[in-house]
Design a binder for this molecule. Structure first.
Ligand SMILES: Nc1ncnc2c1ncn2[C@@H]1O[C@H](COP(=O)(O)OP(=O)(O)O)[C@@H](O)[C@H]1O
Ligand SMILES: [Mg+2]
Length: 301
């Protein structure tokens, strides 16, 4: 079988009316390219998500169906359509999802590019608050994302406000009503219940993933991330580490009280107001750090 690497489309390849410019992202079963299209007298640049294998093409079609159920929102990818592909020497039969082009540095790359491999409490929390808006919008539309991780958040190239992000990659997403109990997302960010094959996946699991991402982004505060590589093999170890972490959150003095406060809200379970309550907590946490960081500078003004 050809490797995913051999499936990288050469620059200049035509996909329908789109001409490939560069590969800007890659996932497990897909490559994302920037591509240009001539529209009247204007040239527009968009993103194309192209499956790398036959089975990935089926997933891509399902992803497109889910994307069509989502509302127009600043927090969700803007979708322009599905471009069918003909079989040729570069790829199997398939298609491409055409989307708005976002920054090529996803949130995972942004985190990796910082010196401490974390964004810190202010920026990390501001992104986290934006993430909750992304989730709220999906859940209100009846969809659970099921694969939340920093690499699935991208920022627009022209931002309307700082920390603006959209959630992408609905390849594992499901309708809340019919969601199954087989977790297929990324274990390190999965909720504790995700490790239980008898539990049905729901919005609360997305929120737990969000919570783990937030701790990771803001404070690098999770003990299992980076330790258990080859996550499927280490699922039970990761489960133990996560359980201990969540249990210990109420007593662990090294964790900021507001993280504890958020964890307590999350532990109570999913309520209609969870997004707003947690968001308030996050803003409070970020502001608290912001005001603590400021006196050093304001003293001299
Ligand atoms: N519309 C987009 N604009 C810019 N980059 C994108 C866009 N969609 C996805 N990406 C980038 O491509 C990467 C892979 O896309 P993703 O949808 O996550 O694929 P997979 O389902 O294979 O994980 C993402 O991590 C992100 O960095
Ligand atoms: Mg992805």
């Amino acid at each position: 079988m050809a490797s995913a690497k051999s499936k990288i489309l050469p620059l200049g390849t035509w996909i329908g009316q789109y001409k490939i410019i560069a590969r800007i992202g890659k996932g497990t079963n897909s490559n994302v390219y920037s591509a240009s299209i001539v529209d009247g007298n204007h040239q527009k640049i968009r993103a194309l998500k192209v499956a790398t294998t036959g089975s990935a093409t089926e997933k891509l079609k399902k992803e497109y169906e889910i994307l069509q159920k989502l509302p127009d929102s600043n927090y969700l990818p803007v979708i322009y359509g599905y471009v069918p592909l003909k079989k040729d020497k570069h790829r199997v039969d398939g298609g491409a999802i055409c989307m708005k082009l976002y920054e090529s540095k996803n949130l995972s790359i942004k985190i990796q590019n910082t010196t401490g491999k974390m964004l810190g409490p202010i920026h990390g929390s501001m992104y986290a608050a934006e993430m909750l808006y992304c989730l709220q919008t999906c859940h209100n539309a009846g969809i659970v994302h099921c694969d939340l991780k920093p690499s699935n958040f991208v920022a627009p190239r022209h931002k309307c406000w700082e920390h603006q992000i959209s959630v992408v990659d609905f390849g594992e997403s499901q309708m809340i009503e019919t969601a199954g109990n087989h977790f297929v997302g990324t274990s390190r960010y999965g909720s504790i219940d995700d490790h239980d094959p008898n539990k049905k996946y729901g919005p609360i699991d997305d929120i737990w993933s969000f919570f783990f991402i937030w701790l990771h982004m803001a404070a690098c505060a999770t003990t299992w991330i980076g330790r258990f590589v080859g996550h499927h093999k280490y699922r039970s170890k990761m489960f133990d580490a996560k359980s201990k972490f969540v249990e210990g959150i109420a007593t662990n003095a090294s964790i900021h009280p507001q993280f504890r406060q958020c964890a307590a809200i999350l532990k109570k379970g999913l309520t209609k107001r969870i997004y707003d309550e947690v968001r308030d907590c996050i803003y409070e946490y970020a502001t608290d750090h912001y005001t603590k960081a400021r006196p050093r500078f304001v003293r001299y003004i």
